[in-house]
Design a protein. Structure first.
Lengths: 896, 113
């Protein structure tokens, strides 16, 4: 028999039961009448013919019954009966039903929500053709100069050598980011631009919607004035007008031709924040001079593996090329390797541990919910033993009893699943809002078919799992004993209670593990909150100031533009101090550069120590309240033509001049060698890229006014960040600042306006998000465990009423009774906690990557959480214990 | 006329398959067809015919659909499915072997043992 025909006929039988019945009637009636007709034709009178036809057919009802059985209606019928019976009994005990459905809904809902995140971020393929073949290639820097830095951007010359020498990749493309200003119609618009070597679109297998991608040779200098628009930008700026191809637009004062528009789904590179989607792509044109740069790393590289080449083979080839390059160019390349990382891992590798921890957490919550429901069902099943016994006596089979209990829990789980979906839907709306800032692909999170299938799957599994244990117990029950014992209220019958105790102990153990995980995260977030970032964020507002680049092409002009902007801003009402920097603290985009100290032998670049290098204006340290530890601050006298002055951070001073006074020491910046610079002051360390930096990063600050012409392109295209300390509410001063900037030299876009407080808070948001979720799940687990203990103890008390009555009658005090019950609860909680602590000790190591300033075995957290759990267990057992205490011995003894 | 013999246990299914293999039939038609090709030598309990039909349909060997009978009435017609056809061939083969074996056994004389 085929599977499908069985399903079909079963479905048919179930869904169209009445229809099937009437069809069967019609068919049999037809038979009888045809038979009668034949008899009439052979001469039998009509009445007699009908009578004989019915008689010859035999028992019509029994034939029907056999037919029903034959087509599988029987199973459907009993299932239907069970479900109806289950629904009725559930409605009769709403307390039980609501508790069970809620527990399951919370468990299933949490799982659905987290799975939709995991599905969108980690599981769903990236929106490219054969995305698993796309590989990001990075440098690996020498660990001596870059301790703990796993990957690094790529230099042009090394990229060109990789591309020429490899046989592993179908295509390899380098790309970088730039901010451009679009002028021509009304307000100037800041454009998020990606400049890429010509192979980018073809290696991504991306077809443009309109026009074309880049042609060979368009990455030659002079031929690169072409752009491809993103679908979103095309729609918002050109209103989706298809004659845009071939049009000229003004970017940074230069004419560019629009050659194509990409499809709506195309987005590369993929960012976490939907607001940072790329708007235009242009060919990356390196001059001959730039093509020779080896030691300055500024580009990202993407490639597509050749068919049949594995990641490992590609990595081996990159290793070989890198070691060859290190030999050929020891000055720039010694210690520099290359690493191939699948695009998806590169994108979401950082968030994977946190998501997997959350997924594990919700799985535990669901297990607890399952145990809880199993417990409730078991309690009910045991109190229905007499009913079960009667049914068995009347001939119900073991299978039938199993089926009935399990169809009840399936019903509960399905109700829980539906409610869980609703919960997941609403919690996802909330979650996506928080996730959008830092979680890649968060825009793709949705309750799609996969998620629904997952929810259905876990609902059925949960229903089955929660029902199995009670069902087995029910079916195992000894008929004779059950009937003899009546309702069986003796403590001696411990069969069921042992199972229930095991369930409660596991609930306690699992929730303890979750609570410890949440506790550790709370501790580490608390530590992070109290970390001194090195500056004072309160009252500071920051923003990007671009340069009107079409007006100011010379670095000297640009420097004077910024000086004039700063001058105006400083004198605004409500502004205490203001300064500029190229990259603010707590951001990832700062520059890392080699320096050489005077008095040390000359060394190749690869051997030079590297420090964070920041370009600042006078007033920056003041605006950020970064304390000056010795020497002087930079001021308006540190300009071109004067002695080069630099400030260094405390950690840099300690690293380079551990025993000496650093003031007056001389050094050269490798990329700005035209000036020898003198250390004039030492300032406090700040957190460079994140609050959870464990080591202070040596940092050097030098004045914008002493910036040379050499590396214009790379910094001015990003603009400078203005930091303003205000005496009023920081954001209220923004319009005045914008006015001052406009008054300086016409309209320029001001971007990323935010308070420094927000930046600090945003840098904690991933940690905070994980903590909130894990905290919520742990809270849920605690609640479920509490319900579990409560129900077990209530049940135990009601079963021991008789025994308690005897104890009281024999002279036990009521406090003895209270202690008796509480002791039992405490014992369960203690065993559960002990198991939970062992489990947590072995699992919390997995969380190490999420922790800061707290060890995974932090004793304070463990002790606090265990104490909390014991207190909660006591509270949960108190009400049943009070009930036991109030037992009236007379009533209890008559109770049997 | 020879008195009809009762059906052997389990043979109704293969008879039904045979009947509908010759063309779609309604239940009463199946009954008539079997009587016709057996030259009225087989006695079929009418009441047991329908459970058998339902069972065969549930197993996917025959399929049914509603149509119009020869006297313009609505009737449920059964036809052989491809799976039923294979099954029918297999059953026929098994039946023939069984019949041969049985015949061989029953015709054995004392001398041959």
């Amino acid at each position: 028999m085929t599977f499908w025909s069985r399903i079909r006929s079963w479905l048919h039988a179930t869904v169209q039961r009445s229809c099937v019945e009437s069809e069967m009637d019609a068919e049999l009636r037809f038979h009888v009448e045809m038979y009668a007709d034949d008899l009439i034709r052979s001469g039998v009178p009509r009445e007699e013919a009908l009578r004989r036809a019915r008689l010859n057919f035999g028992g019509i009802e029994s034939a029907k019954e056999e037919c029903r059985e034959a087509r599988g209606v029987h199973f459907a019928e009993t299932l239907w009966q069970d479900l109806r019976y289950g629904a009725r009994t559930m409605l009769r005990s709403p307390g039980f039903t609501v508790t069970a459905v809620l527990a399951l809904a919370l468990g299933i809902g949490a799982n659905t929500a987290i799975f939709s995140v995991v599905n969108a971020v980690l599981l769903r393929p990236l929106p490219f053709d054969q995305p698993e073949r796309l590989i990001q290639v990075w440098h690996t820097p020498p660990q001596k100069s870059f301790p703990g830095v796993p990957t690094f951007a790529v230099s042009p010359a090394n990229f060109l050598d990789w591309r020429r020498q490899n046989h592993s990749f179908q295509g390899l493309s380098a790309y970088g980011f730039g901010r451009y200003t679009l002028t021509g119609s009304g307000h100037p618009e800041a454009i998020r631009m990606v400049a890429a070597t010509v192979g980018l679109f073809s290696l991504l297998h991306a077809q443009p919607l309109l026009g074309r991608g880049f042609l060979d040779g368009e990455d030659e200098p002079g031929r690169e004035h072409e752009v491809v628009l993103s679908y979103g930008f095309w729609h918002s700026y050109f209103a989706g007008n298809s004659d845009v191809v071939g049009k000229n637009i003004q970017l940074n004062g230069q004419a560019f031709t629009v050659v194509g528009v990409m499809r709506p789904e195309f987005d590369f590179p993929i960012f976490s924040d939907p607001d940072s989607r790329t708007q235009m792509w242009k060919p990356l044109a390196w001059t001959d001079q730039e093509r020779a740069i080896r030691g300055d790393h500024n580009y990202a590289v993407i490639g597509r593996l050749q068919d049949g080449v594995t990641l490992r083979q590609a990595q081996a080839e990159l290793d070989a090329i890198s070691s060859r390059l290190a030999q050929d160019y020891p000055n720039d390349n010694r210690g520099w390797g290359a690493i191939a990382i699948p695009l998806r891992d590169d994108l979401v590798g950082d968030v994977r541990p946190a998501l997997l921890i959350l997924l594990g957490a919700v799985a535990l919550v669901l297990l607890i919910a399952c145990a809880n429901v199993a417990n409730l069902v078991l309690a009910r099943a045991l109190s229905r033993r007499k009913e079960v016994a009667v049914r068995t006596a009347l001939g119900a089979t073991r299978r039938r009893l199993l089926q009935q209990v399990i169809s009840e829990t399936l019903l509960l789980a399905c109700a829980g699943g539906v409610l869980g979906l609703v919960l997941a839907h609403y919690s996802l709306i909330w979650m996506v809002k928080f996730l959008a800032q830092w979680l890649p692909r968060s825009g793709e999170i949705a309750l799609d078919g996969w998620v629904l299938a997952f929810t259905l799957g876990i609902s059925l599994l949960t229903g089955f799992a929660a029902g199995l244990l009670p069902a087995l117990r029910v079916a195992k029950a000894d008929l004779n004993q059950a009937l003899k014992q009546g309702l069986g209220r003796t403590a001696a019958d411990s069969g069921g209670s042992r199972t229930r105790n095991v369930l409660v102990v596991s609930e306690v153990a699992l929730s303890l593990m979750l609570l410890i995980g949440a506790g550790l995260l709370i501790r580490s977030l608390w530590v992070l909150h109290n970390v001194n970032p090195g500056f004072d964020a309160r009252g500071v507002v920051t923003m990007n100031v671009s340069i009107p680049i079409n007006k100011f092409t010379e670095p000297a002009q640009q420097i004077s533009y910024f000086a004039r902007v700063l001058d105006r801003v400083r004198n605004l009402p409500g502004v205490q101090s203001a300064g500029l920097i190229d990259s603010l603290p707590l951001s990832e985009d700062g520059s890392h550069q080699p320096i050489s100290q005077e008095g040390r032998p000359a060394a190749p670049m690869a051997d030079l120590p590297e420090v964070e290098v920041r370009l600042i204006s006078p007033g920056y340290m003041d605006a950020m309240h970064i304390p000056l530890l010795s020497g002087r601050e930079l001021d308006d006298s540190d300009v071109a033509g004067r002695v080069g002055a630099v400030l260094i951070s405390e950690s840099m001073a300690k690293f380079f001049w551990p025993q000496e006074d650093p003031i007056g020491k001389r050094l050269t910046l490798y990329f700005f060698p035209e000036l020898t610079r003198v250390v004039v002051g030492v300032v406090a360390d700040v957190k460079i890229s994140a609050l959870n930096e464990t080591q202070a990063q040596p940092t050097l600050y030098f004045p914008l006014a002493q910036m040379s012409a050499a590396r214009g392109e790379t910094w001015h295209s990003f603009g400078m960040k203005l930091a303003v300390r205000t005496s009023a509410e920081p954001l209220s001063v923004v319009p005045v600042i914008a006015g001052a900037v406009r008054a300086t030299d016409g309209e320029v876009p001001l971007l990323n306006i935010r308070t420094m407080d927000d930046s600090v808070s945003a840098s904690l948001s991933p940690a905070r998000f994980t903590m909130w979720l894990l905290g919520a799940f742990a809270g849920l687990a605690l609640l479920l465990a509490m319900v579990g203990i409560y129900s077990v103890m209530s049940f135990a008390v009601s079963r021991r009423t008789n025994e308690i009555g005897i104890r009281l009658a024999l002279g036990a005090s009521r406090n003895d009774v209270l202690a008796l019950i509480v002791r039992q609860a405490l014992l369960l909680a203690l065993i559960g906690s002990a198991i939970g602590i062992v489990g947590a000790l072995s699992l919390s190591r997995l969380m190490a990557s999420q922790l800061y300033g707290v060890r995974p075995t932090d004793p304070l957290t463990f002790v606090t959480v265990a104490a909390l759990l014991l207190i909660v267990s006591l509270a949960a057992s108190y009400i049943p214990a009070r009930r036991a205490m109030r037992v009236d011995p007379m009533v209890a003894l008559r109770y049997e | 006329m020879v008195k009809p013999i009762d059906l052997l246990q389990g043979t109704l299914d293969i008879l039904i398959l045979k009947a509908v293999s010759l063309g779609p039939l309604h239940g009463y038609g199946v009954l008539l067809r079997i009587q016709q090709i057996s030259k009225d030598q087989l006695e079929i309990q009418q009441g047991s015919l329908y459970p058998a039909l339902y069972r065969l349909e549930h197993q996917g060997w025959i399929a049914s659909e509603w149509g119009e009978s020869e006297n313009k009435r609505k009737a449920k017609y059964y036809r052989l499915t491809p799976a039923g056809k294979r099954r029918f061939q297999a059953e026929t083969e098994k039946w023939n072997r069984m019949a041969d074996v049985m015949a061989g056994i029953l015709s054995t004389t004392p001398e041959e043992v």
